[in-house]
Design a protein around this ligand. Structure first.
Ligand code: BEZ
Length: 268
């Protein structure tokens, strides 16, 4: 199989992610992706691309089927951690918008990543090219309304702190199933399944759960805000959201997922 040897420029925010911190505090990301593997239904001998593999736990699970898997992630730190944990698995630093594979894979799999990629069309195009005719695209990510309460709380706190322009730095793409399904069908995919569903998700670390989540994932909103003011904004978000999202010592993130299965037709 051709490998993706190009050196990609990692995104500054994702590449700063500390892989151990991510695994320790956000291990639920790959745990919750396990039933997505059933939908992928990997088979011995298939070639499968895991797009945005993070620390590689699901990539490894896919290899247990006997499939030949490549896991890519644009964060070097994640790929280094994945390669240390699973040295027998093929991991590469790579960027979803720059895939160079042409008709190499029976399946492209992606969990909890595509909400980071705006606009979505270039990735859909690359997935299409990477799939063999008859190949499938199985993905789950944040769907329309994902983390709505968290985003609203953050935006309100940014307004109150005098940083309304930082609301425009929202890095996430959370489409509905009609919107994303239409993009797939416009490219020629046959949409076989599309779901949008709530998945309230407990955050690790007790009362620090939301704070850690914001530190890990929402850094872009705080661009150019001095550290002390950032702390004050996060305190305000916690105060505002605790009646809604903090229960019995655990923060619950208001996740909503979109899940799709789409097939590249054999011909046409
Ligand atoms: C998610 O998995 O839905 C998600 C994670 C981080 C930031 C935004 C959304």
């Amino acid at each position: 199989m051709k490998t993706n040897t190009k050196d990609y420029l990692p995104s500054p925010s994702r590449d700063r992610w500390d892989a151990m911190f991510y695994d320790r505090h956000h291990g639920y990301v790959s745990n919750l992706g396990k039933d997505l593997l059933e939908l992928l239904d990997p088979k011995t001998g298939e070639h499968i691309l895991d797009l945005g593999c993070g620390t590689g736990h699901l990539t490894y699970r896919i290899t247990e089927s006997g499939a030949q898997v490549v896991g890519i992630d644009r964060a070097t730190t994640m790929i280094e951690a994945a390669s240390r944990t699973y040295p027998q698995v093929n991991f590469e630093v790579g960027n979803a918008e720059n895939l160079e594979w042409i008709e190499q894979f029976e399946a492209v799999f992606s969990n909890a990543v595509l909400h980071w990629v705006k606009p979505p069309e270039p990735v859909i195009e690359k997935v299409w090219s990477a799939l063999k005719p008859g190949g499938r695209f199985v993905a789950e990510f944040g769907g329309r309304g994902n983390v709505r309460a968290i985003v609203a709380g953050l935006c309100e706190a940014l307004d109150e702190a005098g940083y309304p322009e930082n609301k425009t730095l929202n890095p996430w793409y959370f489409p509905g199933i009609v919107e994303y399904g239409t993009l797939l069908e416009n490219r020629g995919f046959q949409l076989r399944m599309a779901q949008l569903f709530d998945r309230p998700t407990p955050l690790d670390d007790g009362r620090n759960g939301l704070r850690n989540w914001l530190e890990m994932f929402a850094g872009q909103f705080f661009q150019s805000i001095p550290a002390a003011e950032k702390r004050a904004i996060i305190n305000r978000v916690e105060t505002q959201l605790s009646p809604q999202l903090y229960r019995h010592g655990t923060w619950m993130a208001d996740y909503r997922r979109i899940r799709i299965v789409a097939v590249k037709p054999e011909c046409g």
